[in-house]
Design a protein around this ligand. Structure first.
Ligand code: ZN
Length: 166
């Protein structure tokens, strides 16, 4: 599932495990596989591989079970990768992002912003300081966030469209 042609899926995994992680995982076949096997497939430090596996586990794209050898006491980690989950997790991520964007848009729409050379603050804050910033010794001037609002609205619309396509 890591060798997918689907760019969105690749991008999704790249965000979680990075390009290095994708390089490690592309050699790993589907189905259950022991951590030792995964290490053998790669020319990478076992600790780096474990980090990648754990990130996949945290993002709920991988699961593991352990098996303890009664004689040696060694523990084997058996990993499996859940490709059914990928779509679900991608949708959830898209929803979270959309939610954040909507919140941000609301904030920008409600607030009236002022900026100096070093800050961008809400009207109340600027008024409290008599529209004078002590840090950069300049006036707070009204900041027109119309462009930003438009940009946010476009991003939201784009994502909503993409979401409906799925
Ligand atoms: Zn300032």
């Amino acid at each position: 599932m890591f060798e997918t042609e689907d760019l969105l899926v690749r991008e999704y995994f790249r965000k979680i495990i990075g390009e290095d992680g994708l390089d490690i995982m592309k050699n790993v076949p589907e189905g259950e596989i022991s951590e030792t096997e995964i290490v053998k497939l790669n020319d990478t430090k076992p600790s780096s591989i474990r980090k990648v596996l754990y990130k996949l586990y945290e993002s709920r794209n991988a699961e593991y079970r352990t098996e303890r050898d009664d004689n040696s006491g060694w523990i084997t980690y058996w990993w499996s990768f859940n490709s059914d989950n990928v779509k679900k997790m991608m949708d959830k991520e898209a929803d979270d992002e959309l939610h954040e964007l909507r919140k941000k848009l609301e904030y920008e729409k409600i607030g009236e912003f002022y900026h100096c050379h070093c800050h961008c603050v809400l009207f109340e804050v600027a008024a409290e300081q008599d529209f004078w910033c002590e840090d950069c010794e300049s006036h707070f001037e009204h900041f027109d966030n119309g462009g930003l609002i438009k940009e946010l609205e476009e991003q939201i619309e784009e994502r909503e469209k993409a979401r409906r396509r799925n």
